[in-house]
Write a protein that binds this ligand. Sequence first.
Ligand SMILES: Nc1ncnc2c1ncn2[C@@H]1O[C@H](COP(=O)(O)OP(=O)(O)O)[C@@H](O)[C@H]1O
Ligand SMILES: [Mg+2]
Length: 398
Amino acid sequence: MASEESESDVSAPTEDGSKWLIEETERFESEKRQLESDVSRMKRENAHLKGELARLRAPPQVIGTVRDILDDGRVSIKSSSGPDFVVHISEGIDKDNLEVGDRVALHRQTLAVLEKLPSAKDPLVMGAEIDNKPIETYKDIGGLTEELDELRSTIELPMLYPERFSKIGIEPPKGVLLIGAPGTGKTLMAKAVANATKATFIRLIGSELVQKYIGEGARLVRELFQLAQEKAPSIIFIDELDAVGAKRMDVGTTGDREVQRTLMQLLGELDGFTPRGEVAIMGASNRPDILDEALLRPGRFDRIIKIPLPEEKARLKIIKIHTVKMAIAKGVNYKKMAAETDGLSGADLRAVCVEAGMGAIKNKRTKVSYKDFTLALEKIKNRLNETDISEPEGGLYY
Ligand SMILES: Nc1ncnc2c1ncn2[C@@H]1O[C@H](COP(=O)(O)OP(=O)(O)O)[C@@H](O)[C@H]1O
Ligand SMILES: [Mg+2]
């Protein structure tokens, strides 16, 4: 009896017990699946970290430039730090894809070419203004007839008809420098010429060259001249040349030295340049008195065009140009305005027109009256007088 009892205890598991076991097994199995997936995730992570570590541990690569590609498959390179070397190319690189002048990454010890790098000039050069076709035209320029004629005969003519120069046997001027007070239309003229010639227009601003591209000014100049040749016909326009072309006085600070280097590069590029019309060089400056004579020597900026403040007749034309799209009330006396704006530049006259328009808008009128113009003129003249006081005679640079 007793044995029967104990037997039943062991051999006959209750319904509950077996259910418990089944559940427990399922739980373990799901846990196992979970752990397996964890393991594989960690394996992936491990591989990724190993790769990352290898990348971080990789020795730095040297940058070089391809000088020559030899027949036996090796290349001659110039490393950024010194002499030229003949080296091998890594398997992964398509040799036919490599060109003289390419930037490449080199193995630190063997200097083997490991990788072709994107051309260095792109991002920097793109920082300069490259304009395939400026929208300004000759019609947008008031006055300056003679100056424009001269500019056209030195830039446009050799560009459109280079053969005329070679037939006669003279070289067209290399560089044309526009000199005149701020706002007299120098930039405007340069853009209009570029428009007329359909040349690629590369505009470099002197002050940016030395401020924005610290340490890169000289390189930028070099690469822009290269780019100009690649994209010929083209016009290189160096605006605000005074910023790089100031007379070499004390070369004390690093900033000055940087300006020096940029200037020397610019002079070098100008010297190494045979014009023949396909690349024209223009410069503009507000400060002829401080330009380095070296820039003005023959073979560099050898043609100088002075851009004067507009005379009365020119002022009338400029006012008309800048009011042509404005809604003007009847009886606005342009002639009187031209007579009363002696000493104002084209840019000042434009400012007067814009200010007059603002006055009309403020007073909720739909047309600009003569009164708006006279008030605007007063305002602009006051503004000019204010800046005169803060600026010593001869400008800001002394
Ligand atoms: N002769 C001009 N005829 C018409 N507009 C002019 C003239 N000169 C200057 N302007 C106006 O003033 C603006 C600034 O002139 P800009 O060519 O930049 O002067 P600069 O380069 O000589 O300092 C021009 O975009 C134009 O609107
Ligand atoms: Mg300008």
